[in-house]
Ligand binder design. Structure first.
Ligand SMILES: *[C@@H]1O[C@H](CO)[C@@H](O)[C@H](O)[C@H]1NC(C)=O
Length: 447
């Protein structure tokens, strides 16, 4: 165990008072506020950092897509075995749920995603993806290493845990709704609160950012087939042109946000797919379009969904075409908005402030991106934040989902220590009643 002064003090108290390991001892506030920095120092020790870096690189070399994370899952279970941490497996095909602490309530969870993207890595380095067309371009390899790092910290300091920490390793975050399946598989059983993070290349190392309330948008996907009647491109009167109809549909869809939505309620409708025709002189039978819509409340999302359908079918009919619209296919479910609990935001400010200094804990604007962490937040209070990992040596860092995306491995100790500190503090404050999530928290229908 990394015996920095604070821990030594706490262990001494345990010994002197002859309390059992999971005692009811309530720490004094100085001891509590020193935990985050002690955890960070522990995670920065060469042996811990190197171990996390090794895990991250191994996963990076072998990226697996949603619900196919078999070897990633095996690696996780091997590490949990080595740490002496019990777990449930499988949940949601490849998911793993580990348990650290007393085995008694309260239960508090930390979540990571495990899946990679369908993308060919373009970064030339020693640990480049060995699976053609697959890449960890969203940092989930680092996220797994950070959660295992947190597991190591917590297991080595388990006498600090006033309850049980649940480690959630979920599959298929990238559109597959893995979180939803984890919940169906019982991952949140008895769990009172959940924490998750995402690494960010544009936030300086050693900084974090988040906010109370909505932080990421909810999202849905649509696809429409607009059918007309194919024929000779030079004799349009004998055809019903679906390309022109689809073009008008796309123009009309733009009015949903510009004319129908409240300008103060941010929303997006994007048509990102347009497929039809294959020759210069043939009017095709049909055109397929598809896209995504985003909003910060379930209400606005449902409104968009209804209007997208009406506009597509109505506008297609104007041009004598028929249209069928589908939403939320099985591999692309509807994501709710990511909404942070108010009480947990305060907890985050205290913990991250103690670790990094309050000046490095940033309040951020909400983003239109989405996260399936939101499924957990529909069930229990949850908190999602961004972890800085900007690499100062890179002139222009690549964003997530870019084939040039890189992880700054120096961020791993920060993620691991924050994960661990958040749950320790949550459990301590649950005893003293400082953290009161849920009751005063935001609810989706209040947005
Ligand atoms: C549209 O659907 C109607 C009813 O099924 C059908 O009669 C018509 O031919 C269809 N029009 C086109 C352009 O597909």
């Amino acid at each position: 165990m990394g015996c920095s002064k604070g821990f030594f003090l706490i262990s001494t108290i345990f010994f002197l008072s002859c309390k059992p390991i999971f005692s009811d001892l309530i720490f004094n506030s100085k001891q509590v506020s020193e935990i985050p920095i002690n955890f960070l120092n522990f995670a920065k020790k060469a042996e811990v950092l190197d171990w996390m870096v090794g895990i991250r690189r191994k996963i990076h070399e072998n990226p697996e897509l949603g619900y196919e994370e078999f070897e990633t899952s095996e690696l996780i279970r091997e590490e949990l075995d080595k740490l002496g941490i019990e777990y449930k497996y499988p949940i949601a095909v490849t998911g793993v749920v580990g348990f650290i602490g007393s085995g008694n309530p309260p239960f508090v969870a930390i979540r990571t995603d495990m899946d990679a993207l369908s993308l060919q890595e373009m970064v030339e380095w020693e640990h480049k993806s060995k699976n053609p067309g697959k890449m960890h371009a969203c940092g989930h390899d680092a996220h797994v290493a950070m959660l295992l790092g947190a597991a190591k910290i917590l297991q080595e300091h388990r006498e600090l845990l006033k309850g049980t920490v649940v480690l959630v390793f979920q599959p298929a975050e990238e559109g597959g709704g893995g979180a939803k399946k984890m919940i169906e598989g019982g991952a949140l059983e008895n769990v009172k609160a959940i924490f998750g993070l995402h690494s960010n290349n544009f936030l300086p190392l050693g900084e974090v950012a988040s906010r109370s309330g909505p932080v990421l948008a909810g999202s849905g996907f649509f696809e429409a087939v607009i059918s007309g009647k194919g024929g000779h491109a030079a004799i349009p009167q004998q055809s019903i042109d679906p390309i022109l109809a689809a073009s008008n549909v796309i123009m009309s869809l733009q009015h949903l946000v510009s004319r129908e939505a409240d300008p103060l309620d941010s929303q997006v409708v994007t048509v990102a797919k347009f497929q039809g025709g294959g020759a210069f002189n043939v009017i095709p039978d049909s055109v397929t379009i598809g896209g995504t819509f985003r909003a910060f409340s379930s209400e606005s999302l449902l409104q968009l969904k209804q209007r997208i359908k009406e506009v597509i079918t109505g506008q297609a009919a104007v041009q004598r075409c028929n249209a069928t619209v589908t939403f939320d296919s099985k591999d692309r479910p509807f994501f709710p908005p990511t909404v942070n609990d108010k009480g947990l935001h305060k907890l985050f400010e205290r913990v991250a402030g103690d670790m990094l200094g309050t000046i490095r804990v940033k309040e951020m604007q909400p983003l239109m991106g989405s996260e399936d962490f939101s499924f957990y937040q529909e069930i229990i209070p949850g908190y999602f934040y961004f972890l800085g990992m900007q690499d100062e040596t890179l002139e222009r860092p690549a964003p997530a989902h870019s084939p040039y995306f890189r992880i700054n491995e120096e961020a791993l100790p920060y993620g691991a220590a924050l994960h661990a500190s958040m749950v320790v503090r949550y459990l301590v404050e649950s005893q003293t009643g400082t953290t009161t999530p849920a009751i005063n928290g935001y609810r989706h229908d209040e947005l």
